[in-house]
Design a protein around this ligand. Structure first.
Ligand code: ADP
Length: 466
């Protein structure tokens, strides 16, 4: 099975999530073969989840980017013009959903491959290893729509967030291994509503376009345009390193994370604080939001809160958050970050060792969330991450034992290359857990596993509900 990679947009990556239930002690053979029925069901459910969650926002955002004049013009539009705008919107929605479906299908293929790898604990192929290395490569051009990645061989990377018209569709299809002759068509041109008079659509107000006179000496049509050539004015690129703190500038690894700062915290600009370690370990906001949706409830313990990426999102879905960390500086940063998101009043910051806390507290929260240290970015150097050997401060089973003193409902945030057999084995025998793969754009970022009756809907209960 091929893997498809699109370069990650560091500021606003698209988030995709796929989840699968497993039963401890049951054979995983059926999942390893990934039969067609499973594939169709899982793909459909994940697409609906994605499109319902994010679709409308994308459509709106792209619409206003492509038609900045819409807001003003719709106010004065005649009924005919309104109908024309409506038709244009419908076409836009259709083109965009096709575009996103196309990317989604590619992510879904990656998911099947990643799930199969995690289940079988297979050795990584050379491709995977080179991807892991290129993942650490910050030389990659930040905003090119189609860029060859340095050191990444021949593979080309596309950016999921770029305007569809900038992407060469045929090239995409070829990269994705899809047929090029009948693929999904994406919108290539900005169209204006048909009803609008020509003079208006060519008005000087449209600052994005410069209309160039035809070269009189050359009668050959250029790209099929007979009378004039429309050239896009290049947008001024913002200076990349303008605000990068001194201590990060010369650190190759950290610079890569700096480019992703808004993906970590959308309010980064408002004064988010992170120390060196936290740049590597904080959960990207879109993933933290998803975990918070899944763990919504009354009282939640965030056992290794760090600088607060998860705790902040829990505060939006839970009544009370107990955020624990062994490092007082991290807690101070978490508090400041929570203030920026306006949720500090819902979080109790506890300076403690979680292991001792779990042994001594009388608190009985509804959920415990575990996001223990993975040992820095080196976790990626291993083909399969052994969650019993390499997690800190204890192996996964022992951490679960501590968490289970407080509650059976546990969310566990784990490296993307975790051994899934070990993840499943953390369930009590005969009980189910849910393993969620979290992707930003096309890259698997991490796995979140859910345990306990109120977090994992059993298939039996689901059939009953049906
Ligand atoms: P990573 O290795 O994934 O980069 P970190 O080193 O950032 O993870 O660890 C996550 C957080 O867990 C840190 O803020 C760290 O202070 C905290 N931590 C480590 N051990 C404990 C513990 N025993 N109890 C509570 N918090 C802890």
């Amino acid at each position: 099975m091929n893997s498809h990679y699109l370069s990650t947009s560091r500021s606003n990556p698209q988030f995709y999530t796929f989840s699968q239930r497993f039963e401890a002690g049951a054979s995983c053979d059926s999942f390893c073969s990934l039969d067609t029925q499973w594939k169709e069901r899982a793909q459909q459910a994940a697409w609906l989840d994605f499109w319902q969650r994010e679709g409308h926002e994308f459509l709106e955002q792209k619409w206003h980017e492509q038609h900045p004049e819409y807001k003003q013009e719709i106010e004065l539009a005649t009924p005919e013009e309104r109908t024309a705008w409506q038709e244009l919107w419908e076409q836009h929605a259709c083109d965009q959903s096709a575009h996103f479906w196309h990317i989604f299908s590619c992510v879904f293929e990656n998911y099947q491959r990643d799930l199969a790898n995690g289940l079988q604990g297979v050795e990584q192929t050379l491709d995977d290893l080179s991807d892991n290395l290129s993942h650490l490569d910050i030389q990659q051009s930040e905003d090119s729509a189609v860029s060859a990645e340095s050191g990444g061989g021949d593979e080309q990377y596309l950016t999921a967030n770029d305007e569809p018209e900038l992407l060469d569709e045929e090239q995409q299809l070829r990269l994705l291994g899809l047929p090029t002759s009948f693929g999904v068509r994406v919108a290539r041109k900005r169209r204006k509503p048909r009803q609008r008079p020509a003079s208006e659509s060519e008005s000087d107000n449209d600052t994005n376009l410069i209309i160039m006179p035809k070269d009189e000496d050359n009668d050959e049509p250029l790209h099929g345009v007979q009378s004039r050539v429309i050239k896009k004015k290049k947008k001024k690129k913002p200076q990349k390193n303008s605000k990068i703190p001194e201590f990060m500038r010369d650190d190759i690894l950290l610079r890569k994370y700096w480019f992703r700062r808004f993906s970590l915290f959308s309010r980064f600009d408002q004064g988010i604080l992170l120390d060196r370690e936290s740049w590597f370990s904080v959960t990207p906001e879109k993933i933290a939001k998803q975990t918070a949706r899944r763990l919504a409830g009354d009282v939640i313990v965030d056992a290794f809160c760090g600088c607060g990426g998860n705790a902040i999102q829990f505060a939006n879905t839970c009544s009370r958050v107990i955020a624990i960390d062994i490092d007082a500086n991290k807690l101070a940063m978490a508090k400041q970050n929570a203030l920026i998101y306006g949720v500090a009043h819902k979080i109790e910051f506890v300076h403690a060792d979680f292991l001792q806390f779990a042994s001594s507290t009388r608190l009985r929260p509804d959920v415990v969330f575990l996001s223990p240290p993975w040992g820095g970015p080196d976790y990626l150097k291993q083909a399969t991450f052994d969650i019993e050997q390499h997690l800190l401060p204890l192996g996964a089973s022992q951490l679960m034992q501590h968490a289970r003193r407080l509650t059976e409902n546990i969310g566990f945030f784990l490296p993307r290359n975790s051994n899934i057999q070990q993840v499943i084995a953390l369930s009590h025998l005969g009980e189910q857990c849910e393993v969620e793969h979290n992707y930003l754009d096309t890259r698997l970022v991490a796995i979140t596993a859910y345990y306990g009756g109120s977090l994992v809907k059993s298939s039996r209960a689901e059939h009953h509900e049906d």
